[in-house]
Design a protein around this ligand. Structure first.
Ligand SMILES: Cc1cc2nc3c(=O)[nH]c(=O)nc-3n(C[C@H](O)[C@H](O)[C@H](O)COP(=O)(O)O)c2cc1C
Length: 184
């Protein structure tokens, strides 16, 4: 099984990306977690450019989403919402609406922030957007507050409770894949 891990942050020392590296460490046998680093390459969504063939980076993103069994998102919170770059990639991924790569795709969302609330509004927004796109939003919920305090200087997760929360979120997502398989 292949799970695509998408961080909503572009910066090298991102807490969100660090949490996804920890998710990868927690993957059970037979589950491959692929960390996607193509977010910055996606051009701004322009309906006039959304033709066949689509811009290469957007087409590659859609193809990758189609190929994987599920997607695990970790997003920071920007102004009580999700970062624009992430929303932009999702806008590309959402088209054409009826047959998009995200339709019926199992997805899980976690969030983090430097503040106390862990980006709960961003997580809620991301779940809303993914639901509107027709993805299957798994019931996983984890918002990591003061995220920088839970990572060491190398960006490695050192908090057992958060690690357990990540493991549970991944398990919930993997269970959602099984539900899709049964329905298919
Ligand atoms: C443009 C911008 C807006 C932000 N808005 C919020 C916010 O609304 N709520 C919050 O908790 N943190 C906010 N932050 C702080 C981020 O949560 C914090 O920088 C976080 O570590 C970014 O995630 P990353 O480590 O994955 O890059 C904001 C940061 C930036 C750069």
């Amino acid at each position: 099984m292949r799970v695509l891990a998408i961080s909503g942050s572009l910066r090298d020392a991102s807490n969100s990306t660090a949490l996804l590296r920890a998710v990868r460490e927690e993957a059970p046998e037979g589950v491959e977690v692929l960390l996607w680093d193509g977010l910055k390459e996606i051009p701004p969504y322009d309906h006039d450019d959304d033709v066949v063939p689509a811009p290469a980076a957007a087409a590659a993103f859609r193809e990758l989403v189609r190929e994987v069994d599920a997607i695990f998102f970790a997003t920071p919170e920007y102004n009580s919402s999700i970062p624009g770059a992430l929303k932009n990639a999702l806008d590309w991924g959402s088209r054409p609406l009826a047959t998009s790569a995200f339709r019926n795709k199992p997805v899980a969302v976690i969030s983090s922030s430097a503040g106390a609330f862990g980006g709960v509004w961003a997580a809620a927004e991301l779940r809303k957007v993914l639901g509107a796109m027709g993805a299957r939003v798994a019931e996983a919920e984890l918002s990591v507050g003061h995220a920088h305090e839970k990572l060491d200087e190398h960006g490695r997760l050192v908090d057992d409770d958060v690690r357990q929360g990540l493991r549970e979120a991944l398990e919930t997502l993997l269970a959602e894949i099984s539900l899709v398989d049964v329905a298919a």
